[in-house]
Design a protein around this ligand. Structure first.
Ligand SMILES: [Zn+2]
Length: 363
């Protein structure tokens, strides 16, 4: 299978445009046309993981964390990043990272954590701003349905659990072709009055270009009249962290034991504020930036990692912070990616790494 077929699945799930500005998700080593007979999935891309791929004859490693964040100027093996890249290139092993773009979709890293906790429905804790635009397009009435279908197939018109959403109004469009025009309706120098539909769609920002191209390809006119409008609406589908409610409230120590056991974690936590835990906020990886959002949402606990000493004080008797470790909070991301790819390619080898890539030892 070509690597690009696997990338298409990953990026239709977690579009690259959802990654944070500091991130480097995407294809880091290799080319989309490379062939691979399997995928090796890991949290971190270490030399031992590339060795594992080589020994198993696999030419694509998909990890959550990118091996390269900053530019590389030399390739002489003086650090582990250079060594990983050099080895991957030498053995035709492509490296792909699906990082903060997978953090920023509702059914990504944090949805999986909710799943492990037995919380079946959740919302994004901090919805991304500026994620939605409205696309309004004017088209002769008879071409409206075909154009709408083209927009839907390019990713427009989806609102939460509903797809093919649009609003259509009918009116009169007017125009006068001038010299140089090749009008489909009417002729140069003559005013035209045409019954047209105005169709409106919500479009996520990462799909705008594809939607506009699809609409143009389907539109019968030489020039398509349309508007893009920025919206202040947010969507529960995209953003950081997740918020959910346990089926039954659980006493704090039982909840702590459950988290410790499920995630294999050594937990650092602040003073419990309630005897029972019900509302849970989570963020895989470094999630201290979501403390205020979790407090605003009245979460009883925030499960995340990488809190600094002074930041624990900000719990301030209004939430309990559970710092379970970065690796531990994201360990199920390996299952998440593997399950998604295996479902899409049931006859293809999608393997979980056998390497524990956690750099931290516990005493
Ligand atoms: Zn992480």
């Amino acid at each position: 299978m070509k690597i690009k077929n696997i990338i298409e699945v990953l990026e239709s799930w977690a579009p690259l445009k959802l990654q944070e500005s500091y991130d480097n998700s995407g294809l880091i080593v290799g080319a989309p046309h490379w062939e691979t007979n399997g995928v090796l999935v890991a949290l971190d891309c270490l030399e031992s993981v590339v060795d594992e791929a080589i020994s198993k004859g696999i030419h694509l490693v998909v990890t959550h964390h990118p091996i390269v964040f900053n530019g590389l100027k030399k390739f002489n093996g003086s650090n582990y990043v250079e060594r990983v890249v050099m080895k991957a290139i030498k053995h035709d092993v492509a490296l792909y990272a699906i990082h903060t773009n997978l953090d920023n979709v509702a059914w990504g890293v944090n949805g999986k954590i909710m799943d492990v906790l037995g919380i079946s429905s959740h919302v994004v804790l901090s919805p991304a701003q500026g994620m939605l635009r409205k696309f309004q397009v004017y088209v002769p009435v008879e071409g409206a349905e075909e154009l709408a279908k083209a927009v839907y197939s390019a990713g427009g018109g989806k609102i939460s659990n509903y797809e093919a959403c649009s609003f259509k109004s009918i009116g009169e469009g007017t125009f006068k072709p001038i010299s140089g025009a090749s009008p489909v309706i009417g002729s140069v120098g003559k005013h035209e009055y045409v019954q047209e539909a105005k169709i409106e769609f919500m479009v996520p920002s990462f799909a705008c270009q594809a939607v506009e191209l699809a609409a143009r390809a389907s539109h019968p006119y030489e020039e398509m009249a349309y508007d893009w409008i920025d919206l202040v609406n947010t969507t529960p589908e995209y953003g950081a962290g997740a918020l959910g409610v346990l089926k039954e409230p659980v006493d704090f120590m039982s909840f702590l034991r459950q988290v410790k056991s499920e995630f294999g974690a050594t937990i650092k936590y602040t003073k419990p504020i309630k005897d029972l835990v019900k509302t849970v906020a989570v963020c895989g990886g470094s999630g201290s930036f979501l403390l205020d959002a979790a407090k605003r949402a009245n979460a009883d606990v925030l499960i995340t990692s990488d809190f600094k000493y002074h930041d624990y004080f900000d719990a301030d008797n209004s939430i309990c912070i559970l710092d379970i470790g970065h690796y531990e909070s994201e360990r199920f991301t390996i299952d998440l990616i593997t399950e998604r790819l295996s479902k899409k390619f049931p006859k293809f080898a999608v393997l979980k790494t056998e390497v524990n890539t956690n750099p931290i030892q516990y005493y």
